[in-house]
Design a protein around this ligand. Structure first.
Ligand SMILES: C[S@@+](CC[C@H](N)C(=O)[O-])C[C@H]1O[C@@H](n2cnc3c(N)ncnc32)[C@H](O)[C@@H]1O
Length: 174
């Protein structure tokens, strides 16, 4: 069976910290690539380095690319899914994720534009009280995709590979 493709599109992200946290989530959940629009991220990176992605390893293997128009990234067979608080959107618990998806998120201090919302194959929201921060939303979305997927990655071997070197904890009795 062909591997599914998962891309993330960020609309003009506000800060390197926002992007760093998204990159960490992207690596944790096996996202193929991350794209962003706007000038703010690059401009901020020129004067400082993002500090949120503190891991030496996590997030470094996922490509991060600037893009003029996020809609252009959705090649044939990829569904555009906007994640935003939009009237009429589908609640995430009810949403069935497409095999190949481009998930688009708004910036920390704004929203996805109506023009992009109008081009989406689906618009999804998470029924929270108030909005979450960008990285929290990305983590929730990707976890939901993982939980609803049929790939079974769960194993003690994965736990050993994922945790810190100084963590050798074990469940000895329940
Ligand atoms: C801090 S929010 C920005 C404010 C948000 N656009 C609003 O209207 O309240 C950053 C981004 O996270 C996503 N987001 C946050 N909470 C969300 C929720 N409950 N459902 C869907 N998307 C959410 C959206 O993509 C949003 O643009």
């Amino acid at each position: 069976m062909q591997k599914s493709i998962v891309k993330i599109g960020l609309c003009n992200p506000k800060s390197p910290e926002n992007v760093g946290s998204v990159m960490r989530a992207a690596a944790n959940y096996r996202v193929d690539s991350v794209f962003y629009t706007g000038e703010r991220y690059l401009r901020a990176m020129q004067s400082r380095v993002g500090s949120t992605d503190t891991s030496r390893r996590i997030g470094k293997n996922v490509p991060l690319n600037a893009e003029q128009n996020l809609i252009d990234i959705a090649v044939e067979g990829t569904k555009i899914v906007c994640i935003e608080l939009v009237e009429g959107a589908i609640p995430l618990p009810e949403f069935q994720h497409p095999k190949n998806a481009l998930y688009i998120f708004g910036p920390e201090d704004g929203s996805i534009s109506q023009a992009i919302i109008d081009k989406a194959d689906a618009v999804v929201y998470i029924p929270t009280i108030g909005c979450m921060n960008l990285a929290a939303t990305v983590n929730v979305l990707l976890y939901d995709r993982l939980a609803k997927g049929d790939s079974n990655f769960a194993s003690d071997d994965l736990i050993r590979k994922s945790r810190d070197n100084n963590n050798s904890l074990i469940v000895s009795s329940i």
